[in-house]
Design a protein around this ligand. Sequence first.
Ligand code: NDP
Length: 277
Amino acid sequence: MRITDIKGRWQLATGVEMPYLGLGVWQTKNGEEVVHAVKWAIELGYRHIDTAAIYQNEIGVGRGINESGVDRSDIFITSKVWNSDQGYDSTLKAFDSSLKKLGTDYLDLYLIHWPVAGKYRDTWKALEYLYKEKRVKAIGVSNFLKHHLEDLLSDVDIVPMVNQLEFHPYLLQQQLQDFCKSHQIQYEAWSPLMQGKAFDIEELQRIAQAYDKSVAQLLIRWNLQKGVITIPKSSNRDRIAQNADVFDFMISDEDMKRIDALDRNERVGPDPDNFDF
Ligand code: NDP
């Protein structure tokens, strides 16, 4: 997969192009904080923002995009249907509410946020409807493990185009990656910096130093070289800039393997097989 610059995109199975580096905004406060973060990111060349209804900052994300001066059509916006809104009709309502808050008339990507048992199949039918009606350019899932995907795939018209999952050196889930690849489901990383915990890992510090890069930059580049779309979160201008400065170096195969070898099947977030929200 070609990695060029911050505006670079990869093609999803359907041909839609998705920027491989985006800005995550979980825990970025609605209002000035998220408006600034989004505007700074766009000014720095980011063209992809990852939000969700549950982050309660879609209004600010929409304002930031609107005030950025860049055309809506050049920005890739992802949002997600929250667990309590799952089901066919309630998902359609939730989608309309997200659009209204974001101040747009379509989404680039809409995801099922978590695989809520007994609900996600109906939710998926609603996403398929929205896709067929051309109200969203791509649809996908988040936090779906192999067995959730197998169950969903047994009854779909449209295969999810993306699966957004926790992904970092302590959690590779190689079999799940392989499964997604074999179905042309693009893997996307959440918490790529382990919510900050990655910065304390000595092996990562050593490798990053050798490239004269920060651990954050090393991990973002590692994601891209693995073909994984990534959405590091920051609400600080300098760190948003730093996280996009990953296109002037390449991690060697040997160092890629060293980073892979840190895998411990350890999470910083909830387990999709055992969540209660
Ligand atoms: P990340 O792994 O992106 O880490 C974010 C943390 O790292 C923040 O505390 C941020 O602080 C800090 N940080 C960012 N860049 C740097 C840097 N260069 N140097 C030092 N510190 C840095 O965590 P997230 O959990 O936020 O994951 C990213 C995104 O993934 C989310 O924002 C959200 O969009 C998505 N997500 C999706 C989930 C899902 O279930 N689908 C679950 C969780 C996240 P600061 O802001 O102060 O810079």
